[in-house]
Design a protein around this ligand. Structure first.
Ligand code: PHE
Length: 333
């Protein structure tokens, strides 16, 4: 019987099409195809009913209605199914875990600075700050660095030509934290025991150990009887506290305009010496420049590279990593 065969074929195709529909739009076009009144498959079936033999017609007609009803039912079921995800969204599941927040962290240089302050605090050194934009008095003159000294070469410093008039003289990004020694001594009387940690700027060519901006820790101790031996003790205590007891500190004779005698400070740790900065006894000219009497007081000063220490301890081989803001690098510390 042709009509009955057409019915089951129609029903199977409708089931398939409804199942394949994954959105309201797709289901609607399946509905038009299988249940549309004006044209489509239902109309064809109806014609088949009309063409069946008169004696078969009551049965065929009944089957037609049954199939039509079943397919209509299937459509509704599929519609309900497709509606479900939206329904789920409106119900809040209070047992779901929250969304984890990714916590930021302090930059490894900031961590190092904080740790240095803490260590030096234990030796009685108070942390103070000074400006990063300086005048020549604090960056050079009071530090006994004369006009013709190569350190004052405009090509070796970042001068602010535009700010000069407003400031009433040349201004530059400080090239060393020794500026803070002067600022502190100008404002206070001995005894002094301070450290100052911060950025310094020099137009250096960038490579794995040089950058135009890096950090220094300046130390200054001034009092009645401050000696070179105390300087060495403080530096070696500091280096041991930061790197470990297996540290050795070595002084090599050197020259800085603001210290006399001056030394270069090396640290050996886990094989190999590294240079960590300069130090020395505060030059009498510097003491005089801030109104101290070099016959009455003496002092030591040191300036250490913070990146050097940090790189050594964490085995960082390229100073540029500090400035790349790569979370995969930074999140290791
Ligand atoms: N300011 C010197 C530098 O940047 C380091 C230093 C500080 C040397 C204090 C002696 C005393 O190279």
């Amino acid at each position: 019987m042709d009509a009955l065969e057409a019915f089951s074929e129609y029903e199977a195709a409708a089931i398939e099409a409804f199942r394949a529909a994954t959105s309201a739009e797709e289901l609607e076009s399946a509905r038009v195809e299988f249940l549309g009144q004006k044209k489509g498959r239902l109309r064809d079936l109806q014609k088949a009913v009309g063409k069946s033999k008169p004696e078969d017609r009551p049965v065929v007609g009944k089957k037609f209605n049954e199939v039509k009803q079943r397919v209509g039912q299937l459509l509704e079921e599929r519609q309900a199914e497709l509606d479900q995800p939206a329904a789920a969204l409106t119900a809040i599941d209070l047992t779901l875990p929250g969304e984890p927040l990714v916590l930021g962290r302090r930059h490894v240089i900031t961590q190092t600075i904080d740790e240095f302050k803490e260590l030096m605090g234990r030796f009685g050194f108070t942390a103070v700050e000074g400006p990063e934009i300086e005048d020549e008095t604090h960056n050079f003159v009071a530090l006994n660095i004369p006009e013709e000294h190569p350190a004052r070469d405009p090509l070796d410093n970042f001068y602010f030509a535009a700010a000069e008039a407003a400031a009433g003289g040349p201004v530059l990004l400080r090239s060393q934290t020794s500026t803070v020694q002067i600022r502190v001594m100008e404002q206070s009387k001995p005894p002094i025991r301070i450290v100052s940690l911060g950025r310094v700027y020099r137009p250096d060519k960038i490579d794995d150990t040089h950058h135009f901006m890096f950090h220094q820790m300046e130390g200054l101790m001034v009092g009645d009887d401050v000696t070179m031996a105390q300087l060495k003790t403080v530096l070696s205590l500091f280096a041991k506290s930061y790197l470990g007891d297996d540290v050795e500190v070595r002084f090599r004779p050197s020259f800085f305009p603001f210290t006399e005698p001056s030394v270069e400070v090396d640290v050996s740790w886990q094989g190999g010496w590294m240079e960590i900065g300069g130090a020395g006894m505060v030059d009498p000219n510097v003491l005089r420049a801030v109104g101290y009497d070099p016959e009455e007081v003496s002092g030591f000063a040191f300036g250490l590279g913070i990146e050097r220490f940090c790189m050594r301890r964490h085995n960082i081989t390229d100073i540029r990593r500090f400035h790349e803001n790569n979370v995969r690098f930074l999140s290791q510390f």
